[in-house]
Structures are given as structure tokens and as C-alpha cells.
Design a protein around this ligand. Sequence first.
Ligand SMILES: NC(=O)c1ccc[n+]([C@@H]2O[C@H](COP(=O)([O-])OP(=O)(O)OC[C@H]3O[C@@H](n4cnc5c(N)ncnc54)[C@H](OP(=O)(O)O)[C@@H]3O)[C@@H](O)[C@H]2O)c1
Length: 349
Amino acid sequence: MSSSDRKEILVVGGTGAQGLPVVKALSASTTYTARVLTRDTSSSRAKQLATLPNVTLIQGTQESEADLHRAFKGVYGAWVNLDGFILGEMKELYFGFRAYEIARHEGVKHYVWANTDYALRIGGWNEEFHWGHNDAKGRVGDFILAQDQKTMAATLFTTGPYMDMLLDGMFMPEEGEDGSLVWENPAENGKIPLIALDDVGVYVKWIFDHPKRSTGINLEVATEQISFSEIASAFEKVTGRKGFHRRISFDEYFPKREPYPNAPANWANNDGTPTTMTWRQNFTAWWKFWGKGLGANRDMALLDEIHPARIKSVEEWMRKVDYQGGKRGTVLKDVEDMVARVQARKGRI
Ligand SMILES: NC(=O)c1ccc[n+]([C@@H]2O[C@H](COP(=O)([O-])OP(=O)(O)OC[C@H]3O[C@@H](n4cnc5c(N)ncnc54)[C@H](OP(=O)(O)O)[C@@H]3O)[C@@H](O)[C@H]2O)c1
């Protein structure tokens, strides 16, 4: 198939942890090309993507309606992952609605919203389970599915926490002197729908390949629904080293894990954009919801059917990545950027 016969897909958030496998799957396909929206076409991740076949970059921001019009113009489809850790809840809501509306105006044929569990609704409207970075996406997701599908098909692609955050981010363990790993966090022992990012591209390509089945649905993905004590057991089985989950109080946890003191929920933002919550408030609800197992609702049989070769478990994933523990700044671009900013600041002192 020549490149002019391929369908072009706009990928918003394509340089990010979740977007990279989407771009790679489209690039490797025989049917699609990827147009990646990025703020910085000279970042190392953007430059790497630009070397792949069938990938182009478009410079712009999720926070500009003019940039969104330019980005959506002329594409067949779009996969849109707004970044709540930059935008904050209010801006993510606004641009979430606007991105959908602008895509319709520009004549996009298939719109895929990178969604998250609408925890406040799933939790019975109990404010205990309200946090900004999931509920903003979840509200927009409900709005999108409520619209007609006549001129633009729409699909929600819902991910829970990334399994890869065992390498970088919220699920990084600490290593004891004897080589054991301890996951110290406030999670109860409910099952959490962890998704291995390596499989994300296959699911997203399936959505575009099968519009008859995927139009109007919410495809909720996971690799395994698993509790923290089971994660620790998987680690023991894979490595022969000891692994523990130690549940600690929120007061013990937050001072150790905040990205920086008094961080706002949109902790990765660098220009002071206000948000609705502090990082602590945001992640208190986050830990409560996942730790109680309220997100463990995935249809694993459907996922097996869509992607028979998918990674099936944390244990399989740990073997695949040769899991030994975590390292900050290797998975999430926002964390990588923050670490680089801190190092640059230190270099100037
Ligand atoms: N961590 C998890 O377990 C998890 C699970 C489910 C959902 N999510 C959601 O995923 C989102 C973050 O995506 P990610 O996990 O892929 O994070 P990431 O690796 O930190 O990547 C962030 C992405 O957002 C892009 N971005 C940020 N601000 C932008 C702006 N103003 N304009 C254009 N692009 C912008 C970045 O692109 P450039 O820097 O190239 O511009 C990059 O592609 C968050 O909303 C989070 O809630 C996270």
C-alpha cells in the first residue's frame, strides 16, 4: 500500500508513555500513518519518533484551539491523550470537550479518547473517590459516548494504572540491603487493573481496524487485575528475592512520595497553571479507589479475543522486562522532563 493510500491518525500525547506504543503500532502497520502533536519537535523522544517510517511531527500544544484545528485538519482518525498532570482538572475538562468538538468540525472520521475510569461515578458519587486527573477524562468520556456517531465514530480507550509504573512513578518499590523489595504505600489489598504499555498499540490499532465493533464502546483494558501482595509474590517467583507489601498511613506516605513539597495535582506543570486539588488530595482518592478494588471490572475474555498474544500477567511482564526494581525518569515523559529541569537548575547553582 502506498503512503497516500494509508489513513492518517493524529496522535495527541504521542511522545508520552502511553502514546509511544500507539505511534509505533501505527508506524509498523500497512494501513496507517501517524501525525504526532508535540510541544517540542526537537526533544529526544520526538526526534526518535520522527525516524520511524510513516510518522510525521506537528508542533503545537493541547492548550490552543488554533493548534488543535491545525492538528485535526485532514486526518482520518485521532487518538487523543490529554495530559492532566500538565493541564490540571479544569483545563483538561475544557480542552477535552473542545478537542472533540474541533475534531467533528474538521471532519475526523474516527475519534479515540484516551480515557480513565470515572472514579467519582463508579464510586457511587462518593467524594472520597473524586480526584481531578481521572474524573476530568471520565466526564469527557461520558460526554463523547452521549453524542451521535453518524459522521464521526467515537471509542473510549480506558486505561488504569500502568504496570510500567513499577519501573518509574507511583509503584516504584524500595530496595533493602539484602536485595528484597518493599512496596510501602496506603493501598488496601483490592485488585488493581494494571496495563502493560507494550500492549496498548495493538488495542488502539484494533479500534481503528474494526469500526463496526469499536464504534460507541468503552474498551477498558488491563493486563492483570492484581493486588499489591500478589505483585510482591510475583516478584518473589520471578527473581527468587523477597518482596513485601507494607501498608502505611497517608501521613507516613505522602512526605516520602510527593514529587516536591506541596505539589499541586498538576505537578508536572511548569508555568503555575492553577488546579483544583493538591497532589496529596488527588492521590489520597486515587489510592483509596484502586486499593479497594473498585476498578477491577475489566472483561478479560474480550481482551484475550482482541489480542490473543497479549501479556497475561505481572509475572510474565516482569520476566519480559527483567524486572529488578525501579528507576526514576524512564517511563513517564513528565517525570523525565522534571528530572532534567532539576538537574539543569542544580547545574546553574
Ligand atoms: N501514569 C499512569 O499510570 C496513567 C494511567 C492512565 C492514564 N494516565 C494519564 O495519561 C496522561 C499522561 O500521559 P502519559 O502517561 O503518556 O504521560 P507522559 O509520559 O508524561 O507524557 C506526557 C505527554 O503529554 C504531552 N503533553 C503534555 N502537555 C502538552 C501540551 N500542552 N500540548 C501538547 N502535548 C502535551 C507530552 O508531549 P510533549 O512533551 O512532546 O509536548 C507527552 O506526549 C495523564 O493525563 C494521566 O492521567 C496515566
